[in-house]
Design a protein. Structure first.
Length: 408
């Protein structure tokens, strides 16, 4: 029963997380676009706000923005906060549900650092909290007055934290915690800076005073940070399903740096383009493409079997009994049955697993042949499976699989 609850819980939490993230990201993109589209408007003094007209769903909308606050409070006011809160809450519970509750499968790699599950969980949570504190202090320091320099230091800090995580967790765990760190920064920006500053402005207005402009500037700075790191956060989250990205932990910081650059520069293109169609920085796409291609090359070249694919290393041979393309040789079948089928079977025998992960069953030669390409990616090219090498598959056994798949 526990295994079924884990699976369904993971599914429902992931569903909630994706839906709330869509709402939050959509709002972020929309308001950045709206800010860039503002033009001078009657009733708003120059330099204190603007307006933009938009058409959608058969109707016309006039959007007006006051950089600090309007002269008086409207009767009704919509707050944009719960998308951010629910995205982070559902993501954190999902992190606990999948990575902390099943640490031996997804988070702890004894070859990196032999940790108990509870130790890994505490380190992960501490990393998220510490990461926010450091980032917040950077923004509030004199460095925060220089947006470009702050962005550069923040970039370096996230890359540094990805390196720290890679020295503690499995590659998969390091990548997901890097994404969780950036997501924590984003959500905390909303909860700790943007919302409190807006409440201070409203309280001042209600008291008949004039709000300080710095509250709006601080909130806008944090909102801009959220906008620029949105795409990299999404990448790190979905990378969980693509082992080539994190199969070599030593290269995670470089991949993270390239993804931060590529994702951030794409957002820069749209932010500038929305502000002025005459000044679209088309060069940004070239930079993003180069960064992405370099990340692909780094991940492939550093994967256990990737150097052979690129021709950078000779293909290691193994003595195996070759068979037809449809039927794996006996040696390869023995490796899969001995190292993989305890989980990937109609009735798994590994403790805590009652359903074959992702429905992949490897308990007969026919089923093994059917999943040959997945075996190649997961066990030969990236060594992502078995997770954290729980079943202690040897290098020679991986070479047996490699020779079968090459012959195939």
């Amino acid at each position: 029963m526990d295994a079924y609850l884990l699976e369904w819980g993971s599914l429902l939490l992931r569903w909630l997380h994706i839906v709330t993230a869509m709402a939050w990201i959509g709002a972020s993109f929309f308001f950045m676009h709206l800010d860039a589209s503002l033009r001078a408007a009657q009733g708003i003094p120059a330099g204190q706000g603007g307006a933009a007209w938009q058409v959608h769903g058969g109707g016309f909308y006039e959007m007006r923005k006051y950089f600090v606050a309007p002269a008086s409070m409207p009767d009704e006011l919509t707050w944009h906060k719960w998308q951010a809160y629910w995205t982070w809450l559902s993501g954190f519970v999902l992190l606990c549900w999948v990575y902390y509750a099943q640490a031996s499968l997804y988070l702890v790699d004894p070859a990196v650092m032999p940790l108990a599950g509870w130790q890994a969980g505490l380190i992960g949570i501490a990393g998220l909290v510490l990461g926010w504190v450091v980032y917040d202090r950077l923004c509030k320091s004199p460095l925060g007055k220089n947006d470009a320099l702050l962005a550069a230091v923040g970039f370096g800090f996230v890359v540094l934290m990805s390196w720290v995580f890679s020295k503690v967790f499995s590659g998969r765990g390091a990548m997901i915690h890097t994404g969780a760190l950036m997501a924590t920064m984003m959500a905390a920006n909303v909860a700790m800076i943007i919302m409190p500053n807006q409440r201070k402005v409203i309280a001042t207005l209600q008291a008949g005073g004039t709000p300080e402009a710095r509250y709006g500037k601080e909130a806008k700075q944090r909102s801009t940070h959220n906008n620029y790191i949105t795409l990299p956060v999404i990448f790190t989250m979905i990378s969980n399903h693509y082992p080539m990205v994190w199969s070599n932990s030593s290269n995670i910081p470089l991949v993270v740096a390239l993804v931060l650059l590529g994702g951030g520069i794409v957002r820069h293109f749209y932010n500038v383009r929305h502000a002025s169609h005459d000044k679209s920085p088309w060069w940004a796409w070239a930079v993003a493409a180069v960064a992405t291609l370099f990340a692909f090359y780094v991940s492939l070249a550093s994967a256990p079997g990737g150097r052979e694919v690129l021709g950078l290393a000779p293909v290691e041979s193994a003595t195996v009994q070759l068979a037809s393309a449809a039927t794996p040789p006996k040696d390869a079948v023995d490796v899969i049955l001995g190292r993989c089928s305890m989980c990937h079977a109609a009735e798994p025998v590994w403790d805590g697993i009652r359903i074959a992960p992702k429905g992949v069953m490897l308990d007969t030669p026919e089923r093994i042949a059917r999943h040959a390409e997945s075996i190649r990616m997961q066990a030969v090219l990236t060594h992502a499976m078995p997770p954290n090498n729980l079943t202690e598959i040897t290098g020679e056994e991986r070479r047996v699989l490699a020779a079968w798949l090459k012959a195939k």
